[in-house]
Design a protein around this ligand. Structure first.
Ligand SMILES: O[C@H]1[C@H](O)[C@@H](O)[C@H](O)[C@@H](O)[C@H]1O
Length: 536
């Protein structure tokens, strides 16, 4: 009832009022027992030998190649900038360097928006393919570029590919995975991202000794895209999308492949539950899958809006915590604190990030909210330590050391930044990519597109302002500011991010019906655990 008043207060038309209240009624329908049943069916393979899950792992690993592309192409620019010399017509000035770095973020922002227009129409798998085309074309143009303009165009094209890929791969994986493994499988994708970044830094070290090495670096970026296209026949369209398009028989075949050990009755029931959820979304669709309609669903249905705030809020925290400033400027920062091999120093950041993403793999299905709440406090603490350290290290706005710095401050700077990366990678670095699971099917494509745009919008803000922040506030002030933002992010998570680990995608919409559902979700987790104990 309260929601009706909310909508009236903003002057909703009778039609939008109808849309909203339909959705509310559906959300309040009794989904509890059915949702638990779905989770039970999806968990069946969990108790069966690993080889029976081979197919789902093959699909997830094939899709995760997109993560390698994302990581490699965002990481490669920092090495390439050092290797360009005058190969693009003249030595690059700072503005050109910043432009070539941020154009990828701009392209990704546009790509995520474009992907929203096509995802429901052409399917999840096809969008992965479209992303690969952008990556391949962008890599070829970048490898053969001879001017800043051409390189700029190439970086933008690669960015569009990243936008497509970051929008679709997490949805694709979430829709294919059994709920008990969903977090872990999306974390495989995050591992691919951080692994791709580490590969880019390693490649940068190797090709720094090769004439025109940057051309090889960019050309190599096309290989994962081509590999993903080659694997196209191996991975299927998601059952949820197939059902959405009315291809029921195809969806049953895919479900059978995904759950080979489940009895046919379980497969049938799973298909039926997904179908009911899809019918529920399509019935709102009124026959026209128009973006405007999805927008209204997202903004005017309070439960959808709340899930969007939760998901996008967490993604904003991931980017605004300042991690990517460290990623892009780590070499320069570490050089300032006395390390002699800057590329190897960058490998410390990307390697630590990769390592702790692997650690995250073991905890993410234990609890997303739990992991976030237990680790996020470490970020402001580590950044506050970094702020203390850098207040004794005199740097100018180009991050060059101006004078002497005490060795304890240098050691503290190194230690605090390493602690920061570890705490970041174990939860905040990957959980926001699982957040599309918060969105109901009828708004998942558009909502995930917005989620991805928040990621890239905030990414551009952080990467384009770090040096100016250091200029205005000093490095200590910049780290202090990030510490404040991280602390605010921790509070945001505590109040708005419910626990979703182990819940079926079709049951998550229920959580947001009366608020951010923190208590409700905890209660669901208890019931679920109790249910699975009593089944065992
Ligand atoms: O999840 C990824 C990962 O943490 C990367 O290391 C970071 O560069 C990206 O911005 C983030 O979205």
């Amino acid at each position: 009832m309260q929601h009706k008043h909310e909508a009236m207060a903003v002057g909703a038309s009778p039609r939008t009022e109808r849309i909203r209240s339909n959705a509310e009624d559906q959300c309040h329908a009794d989904e509890g027992p059915q949702a638990l049943e779905l989770e039970h069916v999806e968990q069946t393979p969990f108790y069966t030998p690993v080889y029976s899950r081979k197919y789902v792992w093959t699909c997830v690993l094939s899709a995760s190649i997109g993560g390698i592309l994302f990581g490699y192409d965002t990481g490669v620019i920092s090495s390439a900038l050092v290797l360009f010399h005058s190969d693009l017509g003249h030595p690059l000035d700072n503005a050109e360097k910043q432009l070539l770095t941020s154009l990828t973020g701009g392209g990704a922002f546009v790509g995520a928006l474009l992907a929203a227009f096509v995802t429901d129409a052409v399917g999840r798998k096809m969008v992965i393919g479209i992303g690969c085309i952008w990556f391949t074309v962008g890599s070829v143009v970048a490898a053969s570029a001879y001017s800043v303009l051409l390189m700029g165009i190439a970086r933008f094209i690669i960015g569009v590919g990243i936008g497509f890929e970051t929008m679709i791969t997490p949805i694709y994986i979430a829709e294919l995975s059994p709920s008990s493994l969903r977090g872990r499988m999306i974390t495989i994708y995050s591992m691919a991202v951080t692994g791709g970044q580490a590969l880019a830094y390693a490649g940068g070290t190797i090709f720094s000794h090769v004439d025109l090495g940057w051309r090889y670096l960019f050309a190599l970026g096309a290989l994962p895209a081509l590999a993903q296209v080659a694997l196209f026949p191996v991975y299927p369209e998601t059952p949820r999308h197939l059902i959405y398009r009315g291809r029921i028989e195809d969806s049953v075949v895919v479900l059978q492949q995904l759950y080979p050990r489940s009895p046919p009755s379980d497969i049938q029931r799973l298909g039926q539950i997904i179908r009911e959820d899809v019918n529920h979304s399509v019935s709102f669709d009124q026959g026209a899958r128009r973006l405007m309609w999805s927008c209204k669903q997202l903004w005017l249905v309070p439960s959808n809006l709340r899930s969007l705030i939760s998901a996008c809020g967490l993604m904003a925290v991931q980017q605004l915590c300042g991690f990517n400033s460290l990623m892009y400027y780590s070499a320069t920062l570490f050089a300032a604190v006395g390390l002699t091999n800057p590329t190897a120093a960058s490998l410390i950041v990307s390697g630590t990030n990769f390592f702790f993403t692997i650690v995250a793999l073991f905890f993410v299905d234990w609890g997303r909210r739990r992991m976030l709440v237990w680790t996020l406090w470490g970020l402001p603490l580590a950044l506050a330590m970094a702020a203390v350290a850098f207040s004794h290290i005199p740097l100018n706005s180009a991050l060059e050391l101006q004078g002497e710095a005490p060795s304890w401050a240098k050691a503290l700077a190194l230690a605090s930044l390493s602690i920061f990366v570890s705490f970041y990678a174990i939860a905040l670095g990957n959980i926001p990519w699982t957040a599309n699971e918060l969105l109901a099917l009828e708004v998942r494509a558009l909502g995930t597109s917005l989620l991805t745009m928040v990621c890239w919008g905030c990414n551009i803000i952080v990467s384009a302002t770090f040096l100016s922040l250091v200029g205005r506030l000093t490095a200590a002030g910049a780290f202090g500011l990030y510490a404040g933002l991280c602390f605010a992010g921790w509070l945001l998570v505590i109040f708005t991010y419910p626990e979703t680990a182990g819940l079926g995608l079709e049951s998550i919409r229920e959580i947001f019906k009366d608020g951010f559902g923190i208590r409700f979700a905890n209660q669901r987790q208890r019931t679920r655990r109790h249910g699975s104990h009593s089944r065992m």
